[in-house]
Design a protein around this ligand. Sequence first.
Ligand SMILES: C[S@@+](CC[C@H](N)C(=O)[O-])C[C@H]1O[C@@H](n2cnc3c(N)ncnc32)[C@H](O)[C@@H]1O
Length: 279
Amino acid sequence: MNISELRKKSMICLIQADIENPALNVELIIAHVLQMKRSELFLSLNITLPTDLVQQISDFIERRSQHEPLQYIFGETEFYGFPIKVNPNVFIPRPETELLVEKIFQKDKAATLILDIGTGSGCIAISLKKLIPGCQITATDISEKALQIAEQNAKINDVDVDFILSDIFEKVVGKFDIIISNPPYIPKNEYEDLPVEIKEFEPENALLAEDNGIFFYKNILQQSKEYLTENGKIYFEIGHDQAKRVKQLALDNGFSEVDVLQDLNGFERIVKIGRKSSC
Ligand SMILES: C[S@@+](CC[C@H](N)C(=O)[O-])C[C@H]1O[C@@H](n2cnc3c(N)ncnc32)[C@H](O)[C@@H]1O
């Protein structure tokens, strides 16, 4: 079978499975298996593929037709330009989260002690350590399996991060210039309506949060004073409609400076929290 025939057959399969952007998905899968750029596919449409490659592509198309995310099918993704391995035990890093890293790098590159709560694949901790090599990063997660992947990712990217199995601050010792967290923030009533790609494949404990989605913000803000240095700051990624509530929580917990930053889609996505002299 040549690439053109395989592309057509795969497209039909993904259209029947109601996958969004079927052409893009098929092209990404074929290009990934053939280890070529997507643009190169169009110069190779008449090339006949050996049966083992046709089989591998067909297997990946079958998995995608069941709505499995491409990142899990490939076992990898990219975050801030760095390679990150993923499997169904970890949340897939999102492009919005790159903004969190970018803002810390722009505004706080002098920070030396950084804590990342709910590190998942380790994407935030690893990219910050790459960007600010002089800093010391501690990263926690409640999932041992997620931490195993995070440790692999630190190795692949050749950085040292101190990973700790901990329920929020439970096992954390010391004070930090910056506490970052992209915690679970989906309220129960929104969880059921998530796309199949997310609800059926990503870990529930990386998504769902009690207290109408704000459990982790509340908990971290209430305990953070014990873990922040004098001018320490907190950076949160938040759900698109949570800014007002998180801002109020910060003020209620004695913080005086709260900046809300929008993502590229215009959603309020990042909250930076500190005391007056620190922001
Ligand atoms: C939305 S994911 C974010 C993962 C990663 N930081 C990112 O931005 O891609 C939330 C993470 O919080 C972790 N988590 C859930 N409950 C936790 C808890 N009580 N303490 C620490 N981590 C927790 C999950 O295992 C998951 O890895």
